[in-house]
Write a protein that binds this ligand. Structure first.
Ligand SMILES: NC(=O)c1ccc[n+]([C@@H]2O[C@H](COP(=O)([O-])OP(=O)(O)OC[C@H]3O[C@@H](n4cnc5c(N)ncnc54)[C@H](O)[C@@H]3O)[C@@H](O)[C@H]2O)c1
Length: 260
């Protein structure tokens, strides 16, 4: 399902009346864009943030419940401005979904310092800064929910996955637990989704042998869809998950259940 063919907002949805800041809302078929569409369908108003500029078209396609915002989550001034804009536009922030990430990285003997710095700054520093400023606006308002995007590669790894990416995603799991423990008393829940191989925009057009190999990693022997990631994020962000915090949920078709 794309942004365009998501059903419009359905009254009585899972996120009715909530305000969410969502990062990584890129072009159609990115997990962030589909998450934005699912949140609007479920009744949320959203600030759709990305570094690329693609958030503008994605927000326009979603209608008045979505407002675009340009932000680089590795820059603290951008992150502060993002939450200030959400407060100014909607009056409060109930939810942060931090989907933004960058792919790539080479094997252990070829990894470069630039690659390490780029992966750790977007995944680790970006998660730290977005979570920091989310709790700053949520705590005085009585609470909220944060969903970070980790990866199945944060638990264990594979020769197809770069060590720097796995390490950065493992750091997201740690930050998720820390923020959950530190801010639980302020009624802020913090969880993470750990996707397995998912057919988002960037994975369309992979060489067929790589696509097949990654698809077969899952017990279900297929890639996930962006909607399957977005639906779990929506549940974790919703009041239906009111006693769930500090967990990292694999959404991987059973990849991490396997011995190899
Ligand atoms: N697709 C998969 O198979 C898969 C598997 C495991 C984890 N994930 C994670 O899920 C998330 C989304 O995946 P995707 O496949 O849609 O990725 P993607 O690369 O297509 O989209 C990521 C988005 O983040 C944005 N972004 C990158 N750096 C940014 C920054 N500094 N500030 C703000 N925005 C920034 C990009 O512009 C892009 O729109 C990522 O965190 C990714 O690591 C994806």
């Amino acid at each position: 399902m794309t942004v365009a063919n998501q059903p419009p907002h359905q009254p009585g949805g899972l996120l009715e009346g909530k305000v969410a800041v969502i990062t990584g809302v890129g072009a159609a078929e990115t997990i962030g864009a589909v998450t934005a569409a699912v949140f609007v369908k479920e009744g949320a108003q959203i600030l759709a943030a990305d570094i690329s500029g693609a958030q503008k078209d994605t927000a326009i396609a979603l209608g008045p419940a979505a407002v675009p915002f340009q932000a680089d989550i590795t820059r603290e001034e951008d992150v502060e401005a993002m939450f200030a804009h959400a407060l100014e536009t909607f009056g409060r922030v109930d939810i942060l979904v931090n989907v933004a990430g960058n792919p790539g990285g080479r094997r252990g003997d070829e990894v470069t310092v630039e690659e390490y710095e780029s992966l750790t700054s977007v995944h680790l520093l970006g998660t730290l800064l977005t979570n920091k400023h989310a709790v700053r606006v949520m705590a005085p308002a009585g609470g909220g929910a944060i969903v970070n995007f980790s990866s199945a590669a944060s638990f264990n790894t594979d020769r197809l996955i770069s060590p720097a990416y796995s390490a950065a995603k493992a750091g997201i799991n740690s930050l998720t637990k820390s923020y959950a423990v530190h801010y639980g008393p302020q009624n802020i829940r913090v969880n993470a989704v750990a996707p397995g191989f998912t057919m988002s925009k960037k994975n369309r057009g992979l060489p067929p042998e790589i696509e097949e190999s990654l698809s077969n990693k899952a017990a279900l022997a297929r890639p996930g869809t962006p909607e399957e990631q977005a639906d779990v994020a929506a549940f974790l962000a919703s009041d239906r998950a009111s006693f769930v915090t500090g967990v990292v949920i694999p959404v991987d078709g059973g990849w991490t259940a396997k011995l190899a």
